[in-house]
Design a protein around this ligand. Structure first.
Ligand SMILES: *[C@@H]1O[C@H](CO)[C@@H](O)[C@H](O)[C@H]1NC(C)=O
Ligand SMILES: *[C@@H]1O[C@H](CO)[C@@H](O)[C@H](O)[C@H]1NC(C)=O
Ligand SMILES: *[C@@H]1O[C@H](CO)[C@@H](O)[C@H](O)[C@H]1NC(C)=O
Ligand SMILES: *[C@@H]1O[C@H](CO)[C@@H](O)[C@H](O)[C@H]1NC(C)=O
Ligand SMILES: *[C@@H]1O[C@H](CO)[C@@H](O)[C@H](O)[C@H]1NC(C)=O
Ligand SMILES: *[C@@H]1O[C@H](CO)[C@@H](O)[C@H](O)[C@H]1NC(C)=O
Length: 476
């Protein structure tokens, strides 16, 4: 009998561990109901993509409450995904079916939802917001394989949301809008809704990606006369791009999107040359591109863009860059190509987050110092006469350096002495007569382009000979 009871109990234990998962979308408890349905993206993408723990951290995390999403590798139909910046390592941190809820112990303790995938676990604490804040924060891995996140939103409150998207009326420029659909219908130009993939790049027509909750998530506008203010009532808009619209000026109302916008790309807009200070209130902004907009200065207020990872300011009229750029601790990629009067990148001194620097066709006459994690440098078409300082300006294991079309007379041995790996090195159209010995010691060199320099025939034969042994493609 006792034996029978024992096996019955262990059977029960097995059963309860099997039937442990909860509804990933909704949790009912004596404290109330939490319903995450209106936060979910339903198009297979993550509602909270590519978040990092901190400055220059190596891993990106994406989360979608309630519905599965897919990225690459192991992250197919998951709830939480971890992916390294180089996309080499991809892990699922949990599937929707594994969700378990915890109401929090005391009456004021926040509830949480935990997901599991193999040995990994991800726990999202839900922080009740009284305003429109909608953000996911990565708190980190502790202990090993246990990842903590914090989601702040109205729907994280007990009885905060009932699953239908909260109906908020939005008033702007004297008109009130009750839905994203009404806003799109009010626009004085045609916007295609969810056009078939893939879209031409660059886009040739205006379109919107709209999710099943009828939220406009992405909006791409091409050749529009101006920005209708109604757009700034699209309270779930994550990505806004505007191309080939020579009369478009970004208005101060852009800050209305600060609760959702992660990407702002404008290219070939008005040459008015300035940005509204309100733009710097977009604290979720991760990608900012202002291309061919006549920009003369970027304000020091850029230091408020604490989530910025990619900044592109090509084809403007910048003469200098703000010191703030060296302080943006999440900035990994900066492009300032074709600013014909930009002569210095010294503001980047000390940046540990920057991996990619593009500044071709400017007037740069010396390398910035002390950017230890750069592994792609493109400085074609500048005024460089040497590569002095490169030893502190690049990672010792780098991908590509490009210094075509400069006035480089010689490369000191010390500037390459600490390089261990470099895959591509472009030095065509300079004034070189010899290469430093330290260059021959660099490993994994796939391609070296030294065309149109001042090497004599014997020097060329030497260089070709040395690199024949390492199978490096040499263009002389
Ligand atoms: C939203 O409310 C939270 C507290 O609930 C506060 O910390 C935050 O600053 C508020 N954000 C804005 C933009 O008002
Ligand atoms: C929003 O506007 C509609 C139509 O004008 C109105 O019926 C509704 O009560 C408003 N809702 C709120 C929450 O103000
Ligand atoms: C503001 O509203 C007026 C009247 O409806 C409209 O003609 C104008 O285009 C709107 N301005 C913008 C920038 O949306
Ligand atoms: C900029 O936009 C105008 C108007 O659409 C177009 O004619 C022009 O070719 C565009 N320029 C570039 C560089 O794309
Ligand atoms: C940059 O960071 C340094 C050190 O944290 C600080 O002293 C300086 O004021 C910052 N500069 C700007 C423009 O924020
Ligand atoms: C160069 O290529 C040859 C033939 O593919 C190969 O045998 C040799 O190991 C390679 N050498 C190096 C240094 O990669």
């Amino acid at each position: 009998m006792i034996f029978w009871l024992k096996s019955f109990t262990s059977l029960l234990v097995v059963l309860t561990t099997l039937v442990i998962a909860d509804d990933p979308c909704r949790f009912e408890h004596s404290k109330g109901v939490i319903d995450l349905r209106s936060l979910a993206r339903t198009d297979g993408k993550a509602a909270y993509p590519d978040k990092t723990e901190s400055a220059g951290a190596n891993y990106l995390y994406s989360y979608n409450p309630c519905k599965p999403f897919s990225e690459v590798g192991d992250c197919i139909d998951v709830a939480v995904c971890q992916i390294s910046r180089d996309k080499e390592n991809v892990f699922s941190l949990g599937e929707q079916e594994s969700a378990t809820w915890n109401p929090g112990e005391g009456p004021d303790d926040s509830p949480s939802i935990t997901y599991r995938s193999g040995i990994r676990e991800a726990s999202v604490t839900l922080i009740c917001a009284t305003n429109e804040t909608n953000k996911l924060e990565v708190l980190g891995e502790d202990p090993e394989d246990y990842y903590k996140f914090r989601l702040t939103n109205k729907c994280a409150c007990w009885n905060g949301c009932d699953g239908t998207p909260p109906q908020r009326n939005c008033t702007i420029n004297g008109s009130t809008y009750t839905s994203d659909k009404q806003i799109i219908r009010s626009l004085p130009f045609t916007v295609l809704i969810n056009p078939p993939q893939p879209q031409p790049s660059p886009p040739t027509f205006s379109y919107a990606n709209v999710d099943r909750n009828s939220h406009v998530i992405e909006l791409i506008l091409v050749n529009i006369p101006n920005i209708p203010l109604a757009l700034f009532c699209l309270s779930n808009l994550q990505e806004l791009s505007i191309f080939n619209s020579p009369n478009v000026v970004i208005p101060p109302e852009i800050s209305r999107l600060s609760f959702s916008l992660t990407s702002l790309i404008v290219s070939n807009i008005s040459q008015s040359g300035s940005l509204p200070v309100e733009l710097f209130n977009l604290e979720l902004l991760s990608t900012l591109s202002i291309i061919n907009g006549g920009l003369e200065v970027l304000s020091e207020d850029a230091n408020k863009l604490i989530s910025l990872t990619q900044l592109t300011l090509d084809k403007n009229r910048l003469v200098s860059l703000p010191w703030a750029l060296g302080n943006l601790s999440s900035l990994t990629s900066l492009s300032v190509n074709d600013n014909l009067h930009l002569s210095s990148l010294d503001v980047l001194h000390g940046s540990t987050s920057l991996n990619i620097l593009r500044a071709s066709n400017c007037m740069i006459n010396h390398l910035p110092a002390n950017i230890p994690n750069l592994h792609v440098i493109e400085l074609d078409g500048n005024q460089l006469t040497s590569l002095d300082g490169l030893d502190t300006t690049a990672s010792h294991t780098s991908t590509s350096f490009s210094f075509n079309n400069n006035k480089i007379v010689s490369i000191s041995s010390v500037s390459l002495a600490r390089m261990e790996i470099l895959n591509y090195f472009y030095l065509s159209n300079n004034l070189l007569t010899t290469l430093p010995d330290s260059l021959y010691l660099i490993k994994d060199m796939k391609k070296l382009d030294i065309q149109n320099n001042n090497f004599d025939a014997k020097e060329k034969a030497w260089i070709e000979g040395i690199f024949r042994v390492t199978n490096t493609t040499v263009l002389v």
